[in-house]
Design a protein around this ligand. Structure first.
Ligand code: CP
Length: 301
């Protein structure tokens, strides 16, 4: 039987996305361990830094009863010239059932999925392309506060151009029928093809935030920018930071989200990040349940 992979949100159908959200919701309510992945091996291959995603995959796999191997590129044979594909084939040959991979190269997870048999690949973030499990936990968090996606106005604010989180979130919001998706950013950080993404663009936060139900803030992805294009943090905060004053343009019950890692007083004021409308830590909690759902789906357990 062909392995099931979780590589993008763009290619996921609504029925599957909703089924994953339902399963994640159930896991989030019980938070108990189970044996659905007993005798299965999950390997985390993170070639880029991570706190939330790596730990939540590990915790999710353990809650499902799997054995977990964590790969450290700094101490692996990739340092001795082994190709990534050979490293991955070596790891897989030991009897791994799920490979969770984060890498700076767009589409790397999909390329590996074409080259490997008998293992499910989960994309934990590929370059600027997609971060599909982040979108799943984001949609779960939105649904817990605002269940009627067909009525929502959502603004994504910050460095959209370099953000795999934004790209996956936009696909997921479309898939769930959100009619009004806005991106707010300076010109240099706008997506390259907003028409293709079917979003409305705003360079003025006060306009883009008007009457929205959900505000997703994003950090400046400096590691993906040319040095000359990196905005000054204080200047960026002055014009694009989500402050309490700016948040007042959104609906009074709007929720504030951030995928992390968060740069306080650059893209978001501390008072907002820690304020009553923030659901940022709820997103983190939902990350474990969302990743449990994805792993169980990949192995049909
Ligand atoms: N949101 C997210 O991917 O966070 P990490 O980089 O800490 O995994």
């Amino acid at each position: 039987m062909q392995s099931k992979h979780f590589l993008t949100i763009e290619h996921l159908d609504q029925k599957t996305l909703i089924a994953l959200l339902n399963q994640a919701q159930t896991f989030s309510e019980t938070e108990k361990t189970c044996d659905r992945l007993q005798h299965k091996v999950v390997t985390n291959l993170f070639f880029e830094t991570s706190t939330r995603t790596r730990f939540s995959f590990e915790l999710a796999a353990k809650r499902l009863g799997a054995t977990v191997l964590n790969f450290d590129p700094k101490t692996s044979s990739t340092q001795k010239g082994e190709t990534l594909l050979d490293t991955v084939k070596t790891v897989t040959a030991m009897g791994v059932h799920i490979l969770v991979i984060r890498h700076e190269e767009n589409h790397l997870a999909a390329t590996l999925a074409q080259s490997l048999d008998d293992v499910s690949i989960i994309n934990a973030g590929d370059g600027t392309h997609e971060h599909p499990t982040q979108a799943l936990l984001d949609m779960l968090t939105i649904r817990q506060h605002k269940p009627n996606f067909s009525q929502l106005k959502v603004a994504i604010m910050g460095d959209i151009r370099h953000s795999r989180v934004a790209h996956s979130a936009i696909h997921a919001l479309h898939c769930l029928g959100v009619p009004d998706i806005r991106v707010i950013a300076p010109d240099l950080l706008m997506p390259q093809d907003p028409n293709k993404l079917r979003v409305r663009t705003f360079t003025q936060p006060e306009q883009g935030l008007q009457d929205v139900d959900v505000v997703m803030t994003l950090r400046l992805q400096k590691e993906r920018m040319q040095a000359a294009h990196i905005p000054d943090g204080a200047n960026y905060f002055q014009h694009y930071g989500l402050t309490s004053e700016r948040l007042r343009f959104a609906k009074p019950d709007a929720i504030v989200m951030h995928p992390g890692p968060m740069n306080r007083d650059v893209e978001i004021a501390s008072s907002v990040a820690d304020g009553p409308q923030s659901v940022i830590l709820q997103q983190v909690r939902n990350g474990v349940a969302a990743r449990m759902a994805v792993m169980a789906w990949c192995l049909d357990t």
